[in-house]
Write a protein that binds this ligand. Sequence first.
Ligand code: RIB
Length: 311
Amino acid sequence: MSGRVFVVGSMSADVTTFSQRLPAPGETIHGDRLSLVLGGKGANQAIAAARAGAATALIGCVGDDLFRDLVLDGLRAADVIVDGVRTVPGPTGVAHIRVDRHTGQNDIVIVAGANGALSGQDAERQLRAMGAGSGDVLLLQLEVPVTTSVHAARVAAGLGMIVVLDPAPATELPDELWPALTAVTPNESEAALLTGIPAGQPDAAKRAVRWFADRGVDHPIVTLAERGLVGVWDHQLRTLPAIPAEAVDTTAAGDAFAGALGAALASGDSWADAVLRGSAAGAYAVTVEGASPSLPTAAQVDQVLAGATRA
Ligand code: RIB
């Protein structure tokens, strides 16, 4: 029987502008389009895992403002279980995203709102109440308090779960966290901030991977966008080339990777297959505008993989 995916993390309203370029500091420019959709790295990971076919529950906090329904309706529509989402007084988290239509690159300012109210005790209570355990996967990111993610990781490790942290947005993390993680999946800038090793090229990324392995993470994986990824699986340091994709918006590519990886691990796939599916999900996500709208189904990941095999 397949395991489930639990996500402890953020949910937000993503207010996104699309323009031909990003403004310089102090400059005003005309944009082409504005979108308001469900986002937040936790919600995105949960939707990505659910679309990949895993029974998925999100544990987090939403505010009691006008964005509450946007968030909860979006999660329910994607079949994410929201019994572990608590409504707290005050605003829902918001992300202000700007996308450069030429490069597909973005920048993001987040205001935590209700995401800041999620405690480690909330996470522990929900994981235990839902009977999380061996064979289940916990996905974490860093848009909720660091203490919450650390506590959830340690509880989940104690329950025998597979624990995967996407350390985004990167911040200093305590040493006690690393042995609780089965996998950590930073991009190159997050890996550099955490390890002090500029990890932009595969050789340097390998040094960053070893840094995490030395601290007790079984499967460190550093993602390098169009240069692929470097990581440890099957007891070896391995590289995986990127699947070519025409990027229109890179928002949520990391969340797509984490969600698809988690779903594959929960279904019992090998690490090699799970990393490949994560990579294909990330490649798909950059070809569609928006965060949650860009997260692929299992069939869409299959199509990306079929295309990459033919190429
Ligand atoms: O990873 C993408 C997400 O980061 C967006 O949905 C936005 O909410 C920000 O948190």
